[in-house]
Ligand binder design. Structure first.
Ligand SMILES: [Zn+2]
Ligand SMILES: [Zn+2]
Length: 291
């Protein structure tokens, strides 16, 4: 399994010299299986460049949305495969109790906000509410579990044989908890991240920033490390960087968090373009910072 970061920023795209290293594009991750199946996790602005990572023989892509906040869907209209008649594109998103996925995506992908309707896209397009039960796409076995974040939001657990990763870019498991973490069975997201080889998790805030943002749906570096430890994750990749944090800020925040928490596993900050190879014969991902 290969995991490539195409968008690491949270909330809003933040291009500029001060974010060039960690990246300014919003959430998008490509997961490619040993048999060539391609999953795209979220459709933030990073998805625009993502087709450059597609092998020429790929005829199907599955886009798995964690939720429909704009930073996770704003790149969708600029995703090249949607305009390719030879391509099959499946978009999966969390179910809502009110409107189906197509209706909710159409709010953005239609005039006046966007010139093209979903129905006019030339690719073979299929939309799916993510099932409550586990499901398979190619060689991947996937489960999507509702997690703590405003609006219907899921975290994805993706397995290929014995190799497992989890993706939870927007997640506030510490909300309403006096001492975090609580017991495993009471912690939001635990079933998603249990024992994973690689955990991509929300680390938007410092402790002091979080004090003013409780309930906004995000985590601190310290909470993320504690969550990864509780879940027995083997590596933590910090994603959904706050738009106000420069590369220098992130270097400092990650170093301080590691020094304070002394995690038993590698912790790195997600940088746009970085690839993690997972599986029995993969090279261990290179820690950019930390142990
Ligand atoms: Zn977000
Ligand atoms: Zn969100």
């Amino acid at each position: 399994m290969q995991v490539k970061m195409w968008g690491t920023r949270g909330s809003i795209a933040t291009p500029g010299p001060e974010t060039a290293r960690y990246g300014g594009n919003t959430s998008c991750v490509q997961v490619t299986g040993r048999e060539g199946t391609v999953l795209v996790l979220d459709a933030g602005s990073g998805i625009r460049r993502m087709p450059a990572g597609l092998a020429p023989n790929v005829k199907r892509v599955d886009v798995l949305l964690t939720h429909l906040h704009m930073d996770h869907i704003l790149g969708l209209g600029f995703f090249g495969p949607l305009y390719n008649p030879g391509m099959e594109v499946h978009i999966w998103g969390p179910a809502s109790t009110t409107l189906d996925l197509r209706t909710r995506l159409n709010r953005y992908l239609s005039p006046p906000l966007f010139p093209v309707h979903l129905r006019d896209l030339p690719c073979k397009l299929a939309l799916h509410d993510v099932p409550r039960a586990d499901f398979d796409i190619g060689e991947f076995h996937i489960s999507a579990t509702t997690v703590c974040h405003p609006g219907p939001t899921v975290g994805y657990r993706i397995a290929s044989g014995p190799t497992v990763m989890a993706y939870m870019p927007d997640h506030e498991p510490a909300l309403g908890v006096t001492s975090f973490p609580m017991r495993k069975e009471w912690t939001s997201g635990f079933p998603v991240a249990r024992g994973v080889d690689l955990l991509l998790h929300d680390t938007q805030y410092t402790d002091s920033e979080y004090a003013d943002r409780v309930g906004w749906g995000h985590s601190t570096f310290q909470q993320s490390i504690r969550f990864a430890d509780l879940c027995g994750a083997k590596r933590l990749v910090a994603v959904h960087h706050d738009p106000t944090h420069s590369d220098t800020d992130l270097d400092e925040m990650i170093s301080l968090a590691i020094a304070a928490a002394q995690p038993k596993f590698p912790v790195v900050g997600a940088q746009e373009g970085v690839v993690f190879n997972l599986g029995p014969d993969a090279n261990p991902p290179r820690p950019l910072i930390g142990p």
